[in-house]
Design a protein around this ligand. Structure first.
Ligand code: GGG
Length: 343
């Protein structure tokens, strides 16, 4: 019998709640396959903030940190909270507070015949850089600090080298060390050290602007792309466009050094998409594929492969939400995918 896995569900805002609804039956399916889950629904998001003034209370954060194993997250962002305060205090707090340094965003074709045939994964540092939320706005200037620390950069790059070694693919570090001499200088120093320690891995640094140009021209040679928080955010969204867009892009964030019980968070790359929220138009594929990544992380390989296979089969049959040029609703797309899960 499996060990019990306690999962906190945070659907968040907008389409986050709609795509989360589609994955709930899959949690029952996982249990039907012998995995022991305890699922808790947590209300934190824009609605809860507007009603109560609470974003993610410290006690709730500590309970997640010490009492859960994993988080399934939807999306945050709401036009009624234009400064995005609740999003920072929920999602960035979880990523930073749980030290979820490594964010992996895989990009692969999802249905037969789709082009280009890429097999790349963006390894994005997930807690630092300009997303450390330190800065100031003054009358005539604005400052966003970008902090890069040796432990986080080393953890991200070690995970990226390890993954490139396991997959037998190349590793490219995106940087702007020619301009960002301090922060990206640190990245280059640790990268060169790990490159020397891993002579079997083809690894090179590329200026991020040249890398973006090369990706648009031909993404197929790239295996693993490692980047800081900011560049990784941009590069992974570009790469998602090669395989169907943000609606199908999954991500998994984890803390390889296991500082706390809760050390992994799965979430689709997309945000809350207020423009289509509440209309049943969101694509749940990113959520399904993120759940597959979580299953693989937990050692449930056959369920991970079954979820990914079910997505491919549904797409191959022609199920498509509007972002993919089809007419399926979120619920119909979810049902089409679940219909291909083995009993
Ligand atoms: N699942 C990723 C996520 O929620 N990211 C936050 C974000 O991008 N928020 C801005 C938005 O929803 O437009």
């Amino acid at each position: 019998m499996d060990t019990l896995v306690r999962i906190a569900l945070l659907p968040g805002d907008g389409v986050g709640t709609e795509v989360m609804a589609e994955i709930l039956p899959c949690l029952d399916w996982l249990e039907s396959r012998g995995h022991r889950l305890e699922i808790y629904h947590l209300p934190f998001g824009a609605e809860h903030f507007l009603e109560t003034g609470e974003t993610l209370p410290e006690a709730a954060f500590e309970e997640i940190r010490d009492g859960f194993d994993a988080i399934l997250f939807g999306a945050v962002g709401d036009p009624r909270i234009p400064d995005g305060r609740h999003a920072e205090e929920i999602l960035l707090r979880l990523r930073q507070g749980l030290e979820l340094t490594v964010n992996c965003r895989p990009c692969r074709p999802l249905w037969p015949g789709s082009r280009p045939v890429i097999d790349l994964e963006v390894y994005r540092e997930n807690t630092e850089g300009p997303y450390c939320l330190q800065g100031s706005t003054e009358p005539d200037r604005a400052v966003d600090l970008a902090i890069h620390t040796e432990p986080a950069v080393r953890r991200l790059l070690q995970a990226a080298f390890h993954r490139a070694g396991t997959r037998g693919c190349s590793l490219t570090l995106a940087h702007k060390a020619n301009v960002l001499k301090h922060g990206h200088g640190l990245w280059m120093r640790i990268f060169e050290e790990l490159r020397a320690a891993n002579p079997g891995i083809v690894a090179r640094g590329m200026h991020a602007d040249a890398l973006l140009c090369a990706l648009v021209q031909d993404p197929t040679p790239f295996g693993i792309i490692a980047a800081d928080n900011y560049l990784g955010d941009l590069i992974s969204d570009l790469c998602a466009a090669f395989v169907g867009g943000l609606g199908v892009a999954p991500s998994l964030s984890w803390a390889p050094h296991l500082p706390y019980r809760c050390s992994v968070l799965a979430e689709p790359v997309h945000g809350s998409a207020p423009d289509i929220a509440g209309r049943g138009q969101a694509n749940p594929v990113g959520m399904f594929l993120s759940t597959a990544l979580l299953c693989r992380h937990l050692g449930w390989e056959s369920e991970a492969a079954a979820l990914e296979g079910a997505v491919s089969l549904a797409l191959a049959e022609g199920a498509r939400t509007r972002d993919l040029g089809g007419t399926s609703s979120t619920a119909a797309m979810g049902a089409a995918i679940r219909a291909h899960l083995p009993r």
